[in-house]
Design a protein around this ligand. Structure first.
Ligand SMILES: [Zn+2]
Ligand SMILES: [Zn+2]
Ligand SMILES: [Zn+2]
Ligand SMILES: [Zn+2]
Length: 216
């Protein structure tokens, strides 16, 4: 059974679809496109079935202003629509609908679902922490900064993953249909763990070879 978010109301009225009430739906792993932010998603959402209208719960329940822990001293305002060519500061993807905008000097935009990403994704062997930038290549796409988008970094500093790559890993796993877990980051945790173990084994191998070479 899918467990719905505890604090989310079962039914809401939303200005983006004033005709009908929207019902909280446990969508499981099935993918949908959110009608206000235009991003893909899975998991809990608000829907109007007859109209085929879907909203991320993050978008439906988004506060009018956002103070993000990674953006100290800034306040972002929730806005509809795009004024063309804006990208999300966290994932680097295009902003096509509802988003948070910071009007300060160095402007900043965030998809509501990127703004709602957890600061930490913990698991048994390693914890991924959300960071603004990283000095390392991404363990998934092997690229560096990608225009200074946000990263997840393991606390042991072994695994680095762009937010975009984290979202892509989750999306691919949904597309492959192995979405039996209610944890939207299950596939990301698996991927991080595989990278971590491979790197650990690699450095273990290097150590052994060095010892052999140096006759240690
Ligand atoms: Zn959305
Ligand atoms: Zn409707
Ligand atoms: Zn984003
Ligand atoms: Zn990447």
């Amino acid at each position: 059974m899918t467990i719905l978010s505890k604090d989310a109301p079962a039914e809401i009225s939303h200005p983006a679809h004033p005709e009908h009430k929207l019902k909280l739906t446990a969508a499981g792993a099935a993918e949908f496109q959110c009608d206000v932010c235009k991003e893909l998603g899975a998991g809990d959402r608000y829907t109007c079935r007859p109209c085929d209208f879907d909203l991320h719960s993050d978008c439906a329940l988004a506060e009018a202003t956002l103070a993000h822990p990674l953006l100290k001293g800034r306040e972002l305002q929730l806005r509809y629509g795009d004024d063309g060519g804006r990208t999300c500061g966290a994932c680097g993807g295009k902003v096509l609908g509802l988003h948070y905008h910071c009007a300060a000097k160095k402007g900043m935009d965030l998809h509501p679902c990127c703004a709602a990403l957890p600061l930490a994704i913990p698991q048994e062997e390693l914890t991924l922490e959300l960071r603004k930038e990283a000095s390392h290549r991404c363990s998934s796409c092997r690229e560096r900064g990608r225009g200074r988008t946000w990263f997840y970094r393991s606390t042991c500093k072994t695994v680095y993953l762009h937010v975009a790559c984290v979202r892509e890993i989750a999306r691919r796993s949904r597309a492959a249909g192995d979405g039996s877990s209610t944890d939207p980051f299950a596939s990301v945790k698996d991927a991080a763990l595989q990278i971590y173990r491979a790197k650990r084994d690699e450095s273990e191998l290097e150590r052994v070879i060095l010892e052999l070479v140096l006759g240690g």
